[in-house]
Design a protein around this ligand. Sequence first.
Ligand code: ATP
Ligand code: MG
Length: 412
Amino acid sequence: MGDIARQAPDKDTGEDLYQYLLERITNLENRNLELREQFRQMESEKRYIETQKIRYERELRKLKSEIEQLRSPPLVIGTVTDVVDNNRVIVRSSAGPRFLVRTSQLIDPDLLKPGVRCTLNQQSLAIVDVLPTSYDSQVYGMELVESPDERYESIGGLEPQIVEIQEAVELPLTKPHLFEQIGIAPPKGVLLYGPPGTGKTLLARAVAHQTNAHFLRVVGSELVQKYIGEGARLVRELFELAKQKAPSIIFIDEIDAIGAHRNDSTTSGDREVQRTLMQLLAEMDGFENRGDVKIIGATNRIDILDRALLRPGRFDRIIEIPLPDFHGRLSIMHIHTKGMNLGENVDLAEVARLTEGKNGADLRAVCMEAGMFAIRSEHETVTQDDFMKAIDKLSLDFDKHHINTSYGAMFA
Ligand SMILES: Nc1ncnc2c1ncn2[C@@H]1O[C@H](COP(=O)(O)OP(=O)(O)OP(=O)(O)O)[C@@H](O)[C@H]1O
Ligand SMILES: [Mg+2]
């Protein structure tokens, strides 16, 4: 190229010079294009790095504030006991003493009510935030999320009782206008009582299945707690949760555990149970409007229940669940043999006749034992003979039980 440059003026022909300059121009243009391209690439790289920088800065800020938060002193938990005026409030700190404190401007004054939990600054004890109410985890455990499988059809021989419970529990929740029209207050709750194994728990489970209401289930003995006041608190929280989730049904199974007759008992354990019962009575009275909360109680010792629990206004309907009669037993047998492979000669009416005085749970046991006999003798179907053996076996077991208890009575 140096040669050309040196030779170019020598040639002195305009044509060549023209060619030469043209070549240089295209070369320079190409170079220019290249550099522009490089410039564009650099630009986009710069932009990318800038956004990256912004991202890292943001992350840094977040981490710094996180460190700040972790370093900040813990807040004290307290409970509002009284609201004096717009920014002075009396709180009780979790340690016990009460303080007159100021509240943060950011807190909605409507939220500050006596009984609300709040967080307090450690030094000034000013209210920093209002906490949501919390319930005991045990109370949350009482809520049935999945509805049970039982339906009214899987209950044998309790048709009138089902109608009563439907009227008292389902109807007020599903058709409240009927009660408004007639002008009566709907029943608040029902108490199911009767001998063991007659289907009380089953009936309550069917109600849970049949209604869309929230169902809270608790066994009376769960409400008996170790420390003073704990049982009463559980009852209060149970009703509060039910009210919050209304429409809802509270089912208290084996209510005799806390509802037994109050007497002048002196043990502190008994007194605690009585306090729990009193809280239950107060909640059932609905000093505050109880809303759409219905109560179902179940017991097999109505005779020992406190009279206060039985008066109208608490359980408005007291429904007896008796031992099944012949037709009841027959329909219970039909229900429990529905899934069984029965032989042609099986006469369920005969079985129902022979099981006079037995309850639903016994009949279910008869079906199961009959099935076991069929398995033992390697039949493909369950025969009448299997049922007879099962009845024999079960009534034999009952007789044995009687013998044992009479021995016990002799030595007592
Ligand atoms: N009327 C009935 N129809 C169909 N099955 C029944 C009936 N009664 C009882 N059973 C059967 O007996 C079992 C026990 O019944 P359930 O638990 O309802 O008794 P309960 O009345 O609550 O007794 P307890 O007073 O001892 O708690 C049920 O799971 C069901 O299989
Ligand atoms: Mg029961």
